[in-house]
Design a protein around this ligand. Structure first.
Ligand code: AHR
Length: 493
């Protein structure tokens, strides 16, 4: 029996909607095929962007989209991706398979996509191989409303009005693919580059510094000490990899209980990472002005057999749904510092929400978790106390359930719960302290098999269904979570 106390009449901090953000890189079939098919494609599209993908993304209310990378960002030169498409130069995408990048999807197409799906743009600039001038001019091109060389070029390329650009990343993984820099060196470069990421006209841009890889606390220490006052956000990257090495990350679909457990245990490591990085940030920024952005996270397995190893295409099972549910609960519960997160990646890459094959499209179990959790966007976090049983495997254990709760602007309470145990139901006694709901409704995502996933032939195998294993009496709820499930409850007053 688990016990949860939700302090439903309290709550001070808002869960930033951007915690439900996404990431699309020029990598494998994410941008090309997954999003961009071109205006002359037989696949239904609007100005070259797939209609089916746009429709699916609108449904989950994508708040923010990070682009163009990833490692690709530090070798991307934005001028190659504007102007008449037939005249755009090509480049080699050296990070991701050495394929030719023809730059058909560039700044205008990205910002058009953001407008179509209702997302705010988060552009990541090139520090590794780009110049300060190039970065400065990109911001001017996108945001300046007066007469200037870059704003005039934008007009010449068909866009009169500037766009709003609320987030700009100053490099990506500059400790690795973005230039193999040491933290002191990057901190200085960050200070220099960000100076020229200017607020032009009415645009107000938040500057995001490249943050640590996983548990590199030294990186956070140096960045906060040397450059904290020049940044609005610091990014953190952490991937859940069940296997022991890059050569053996584990299969996306062919796994047993041991790997199920390892994956979920490793995903829960996110909580410790946030706590420890946030502790360092608190020392330099006790007011929590600087946000921690987990702008790459998700599962990373061996690629689907028979696919290009550099394209990072993997299937997505019920296990990925649990990873998403657990991780999003962690982010919600740290909403005082974590104010954006971007799962990697949107389509056809790593823990994707959407998979495509030619004209066919399927949504993954991870997609459904984002759909179930969307009421948390911009809602007030409700502090919870959880007493959970343990889920034990081979002498190791993790909590059997996870929870987060929020109150939306219409005073409805939202609870999202995960039961990670593949064998046992979880009986939960939940007290909504201070609130007696008039109705409680829910949805559940589960399956009989932990490896269950959606395919183009069977797209609805893992999909939410109404949840009725809940009863309530005034402030008390009794809930039975099925084994390996994600449940979203809405308690209305
Ligand atoms: O998401 C795939 C890659 O993972 C990104 O390009 C890079 O930033 C990270 O290492």
């Amino acid at each position: 029996m688990a016990r949860i106390v939700v302090n439903a009449d309290q709550g001070a901090q808002r869960i930033d909607k951007n915690v439900y953000g996404h990431f699309a890189e020029h990598l494998g079939r994410c941008i090309y095929e997954g999003i961009w098919v071109g205006e002359h494609s037989r696949i239904p599209n609007t100005r070259g962007i797939r209609n089916d993908v746009v429709e699916a993304l609108r449904r989950i209310k994508v708040p923010v989209l990070r682009w163009p990378g990833g490692c690709f960002a530090d070798e991307y030169h934005w001028r190659d991706g504007v102007g008449p498409r037939a005249e755009r130069p090509s480049m080699i995408n050296t990070h991701w398979g050495g394929v030719t990048e023809n730059n058909q999807f560039g700044t205008h197409e990205f910002l058009d996509l953001c407008a179509m799906i209702g997302a705010e743009p988060y552009i990541c600039g090139n520090v590794g191989s780009g110049t300060v001038q190039e970065m400065q001019q990109w911001v001017e091109y996108v945001t300046f409303d007066g007469a200037s060389p870059m704003a005039d070029l934008r007009r010449q390329n068909g866009r009169d009005e500037p766009w709003e650009l609320p987030y700009f990343g100053v490099g990506n993984e500059n400790w690795g693919c973005g230039g193999n820099m040491r933290p002191d060196y990057y901190a200085d470069l960050y200070r220099r580059y960000q100076t020229y990421v200017r607020n032009l006209g009415g645009n107000r841009v938040s500057r995001i510094a490249c943050g640590p890889n996983r548990d590199d606390y030294h990186w956070t220490e140096v960045l906060m000490r040397e450059a904290g006052r020049y940044m609005d956000g610091l990014s953190l990257h952490y991937y859940t990899v069940p296997g022991p090495s890059r050569q053996a990350r584990g299969s996306a679909t062919d796994f047993g209980e041991e790997e199920w457990f390892t994956t979920l245990r490793k995903c829960l490591h996110m909580d410790e990472l946030i706590r420890r990085h946030a502790t360092i940030m608190d020392r330099y920024d006790p007011e929590k002005r600087v946000a921690l952005l987990v702008d790459e996270w998700g599962t990373w397995y061996d690629v689907e057999p028979g696919t290009n190893p550099a394209f990072l295409y993997q299937q997505n099972t019920l296990r990925d749904a649990l990873v998403a549910g657990l991780t999003l609960n962690i982010f919600n519960n740290h909403c005082d510092r974590v104010r954006m997160a971007n799962i990697a990646q949107l389509v056809n890459v790593l823990q994707a929400l959407i998979l495509t094959d030619g004209a066919a499209m399927v949504t993954t179990p991870t997609y459904h978790v984002f759909d179930l959790y969307k009421p948390h966007q911009n809602a007030v976090l409700l502090p919870c106390v959880l007493e959970s049983d343990r889920y034990d495997v081979d002498g190791q254990h993790i909590p059997q359930i996870s929870v987060s709760a929020s109150r939306d602007s219409s005073e409805c309470i939202h609870l999202t719960l995960c039961n990670v145990d593949p064998h046992r139901e979880a009986d939960v006694r939940c007290e909504l302290r201070g609130v007696a709901p008039r109705e409680v409704m829910g949805s559940v995502l589960t399956a009989k098999d932990m490896r269950a996933h959606n395919t183009f032939q069977d797209p609805g195998r893992v999909a939410p269904v109404p949840f009725d294993a809940v009863s309530f009496n005034r402030e008390r709820l009794a809930v039975t979570l099925p084994p390996m499930s994600v449940v979203a409850l809405r308690a209305g007053r």
